[in-house]
Write a protein that binds this ligand. Structure first.
Ligand code: PLP
Length: 412
């Protein structure tokens, strides 16, 4: 059974200070997980995790990860601005954008971030708006040339991202002509996979591609970026990814492919989002209504504007009715928010203990792509974010929006 990282007693205290709904984060869990990742890749001297800011764009969270040795992966102007304010600069920032506006490249260049180009046409575009830096990265899309022997990869040929292989060769040569000296290679081929084979399989593709590129263009390969995609067990019956086994699998591929080709000092980078934060956040909410028509409904004070994944992808998020974890789960409910959209359901036909009005519910695994995907539809206001610190005390790390915030962009 999935257990929340916070007890009912603790939540009762916390909700006296902060009204529901809010996202709660577990500092200890975040730190321990980041340390495990660093340990899994400690065999690689240059290893660095660049946390995907889009997953949880909160300065306090970024600061915690910075203290654990992580950099940041940004994909927009405001993510760059936030990272700059938190104190990231230069090598600590990866800029992996696509359909990139001019202003974004200008700031990335000013911060001396590592720019990861999404397309061959961006070489001229970047040169024009900010100049070509000495260290640069390109994103690879293997398309149909790549067939995995299992089903862990998404279909790259359907994805909008990256360069084809011939474009990589042409692009590397062009970048060399324009003064680039150190190259990186990046690819993102699957999302939310808990298969331990994914990263080693992706690493093999990138390592082999790097060796070929190095031979064909003479480009110096400084780093290989395995990007994001390591998943988390949203469902109680799923197993968590074994990060030590994943690190070891990547090491074996490194020894087999890169080292014999003389590429033995290539740094390995990751850009994990979900794996870094997902399990270490939850949405705390109160049951405010019950309704019985053709089905039984529990209505919450949170809605899809606080957590879009169930409405958008039909994603499963586990729900704990606090204090009733050990009671029989013999009631079937649709658990809903109050948007005027029938897909505003956190769960459909979910077996839960009997829910009463006023019960506190914890919706699990909202630490990544949770608050971040929030929106203001139906005039709903974004919730607060609260950090459960290592000493058990709490800290408000983002206040809830007020109606004034909602009206701030209007002439009214
Ligand atoms: C979203 C994203 C990530 C993080 O993905 P997760 O699935 O959260 O690990 C990393 N890199 C890029 C370029 C992304 O767009």
């Amino acid at each position: 059974m999935k257990k929340p990282f916070v007890s009912l007693e603790e939540l009762k205290e916390i909700t006296e200070e902060y009204p529901t709904p809010f996202h709660l984060y577990d500092e200890q869990g975040i730190r321990e997980n980041a340390r495990k990742l660093n340990e899994a890749f400690a065999w690689n001297d240059g290893f660095k995790e660049y946390f995907a800011v889009k997953a949880t764009p909160n300065p306090t969270i970024l600061k915690i990860l910075q203290e654990e040795g992580c950099g940041v992966d940004c994909s927009s102007l405001t993510e760059l601005m936030m990272s700059d304010k938190v104190g990231f600069s230069g090598d600590d920032i990866m800029f992996s954008s696509n359909v990139t506006p001019k202003e974004d490249y200008e700031l990335a260049s000013k911060l001396d971030a590592i720019i990861n180009l999404d397309d061959i046409t961006h070489i001229d575009f970047l040169e024009e708006v900010a100049g070509i830096p000495e260290r640069i990265s390109c994103r690879y899309n293997p398309g149909n040339n790549f067939k995995s022997d299992n089903d862990i990869m998404d279909n790259p040929a359907e994805a909008k991202y990256g360069f084809t292989y011939p474009q990589l060769v042409e692009g590397f040569k062009k970048l060399q002509d324009k003064g680039a000296k150190e190259f990186g290679l990046h690819a993102f081929l699957a999302s939310n996979t808990t298969a331990d084979e994914y990263y080693p399989a992706l690493a093999r593709i990138l390592f082999e591609t790097a060796v070929k590129l190095n031979k064909e263009t003479g480009a110096e390969i400084g780093f290989i970026n395995l990007s994001g995609g390591i998943g988390i067990p949203y469902r109680p019956e799923e197993e968590p990814a074994d990060i030590m086994a994943i690190g070891e699998g990547v090491r074996e591929a490194y020894e087999e492919i890169l080292v014999p080709a003389g590429l033995d000092d290539v740094a390995i980078f990751t850009e994990l989002g979900r794996f870094m934060l997902g399990p270490y956040g939850c949405l705390v909410t109160t049951a405010i209504h019950k309704k019985h028509i053709y089905k039984d409904y529990v209505g919450l004070d949170a809605c899809a504007a606080d957590l879009m994944r169930p409405a958008m992808y039909g994603a499963y998020h586990h729900i704990s009715v606090m204090g009733k974890e050990d009671q029989p789960h013999d009631h079937k409910y649709d658990v809903t928010g109050g948007l005027c959209e029938n897909n505003d359901k956190f769960a459909i036909d979910r077996m839960l203990p009997k829910v009463d009005k006023g019960d506190l519910l914890v919706i699990h695994d909202t630490g990544a792509h949770g608050y971040a995907m929030g929106y203001n539809y139906n005039g709903k206001l974004r919730s607060a974010e609260v950090l459960l610190q290592e000493d058990g005390s709490t800290k408000l790390i983002r206040r809830a929006e007020t109606p004034d915030d909602y009206f701030a962009t209007l002439d009214i």
